[in-house]
Design a protein around this ligand. Sequence first.
Ligand SMILES: [Zn+2]
Length: 285
Amino acid sequence: MKESLTSSTLFNTIAMARHESVFLILVTEGPDDSVAIREHVGAEVQLISGVGGRLGVLEAAERAEKARLRSIFFVIDADYDRFMDEHVSYPQGVIATKFHDLFMDIVLESQPLLERILEVHLRSATRSPKSRVVPPRELIEAAMRLATTLGTLRVVNEKEGFGLRLRNFPLGELSLRDELRSQMAELAIRRTPESVVQVDQLVGLMGAHQLPRSLDSNHLVGDHDFFGALAVAANKLVKIAVSGDTLFNGLLLSLRCDAFVSLAQSGTAVEELMTRNILACPCAA
Ligand SMILES: [Zn+2]
């Protein structure tokens, strides 16, 4: 009920904007997406921040299609849709990300950006004679190992309907040196006392999980998990206390026009937005 109330508020906002404006309308999934792109949208684009999350935006897109509202686009996170149905289709005007979400589209296709952010945080460690010098690449790889394993657990949990509590998963409790799957399965089950699945069974399902043919393991990684995992890697491998939120804010702050331009032929949602002249990059921002 709440879902449809918010999506109908969103739909009304869109319909009113369509009525009053000649501009092209872009609806984002949430405020972070809007902050990332708002200075780069073309002069004839009206930006609307979605409410009601991903489902709210998708419902509003469906209603806009039925109402035949024109020149409205919705940029949404692909999430795990293609893992549930490889050939998933969306309502008209929906631009789904290539990877899990908009920020993973940017991070995975524009890696120098992330390495620069990490270098800033690594400065203090490189000044200390006792610390080990770890190249940013190594931290990114460790974070990807953690986040892809967690992504696999999320997909298996959703497919099998286990109902395991995986929100804000405490990745910091895991040892990066030991096998991740069993540690993660054990922790997930411990956090969900009512669960009936056994650790061995869960580990087996994670190990046997097959990626759909068109996807690779990078598609398993969501931004929240990734930045959390990157913070854990920085804490454990370089002894730097930094949070996932701080690293994510670093991305938002350093995300400039050149990063968007570098995604021009990346097959990402950013490319699609540029092709449709919704993003005006290279622009004056
Ligand atoms: Zn730009």
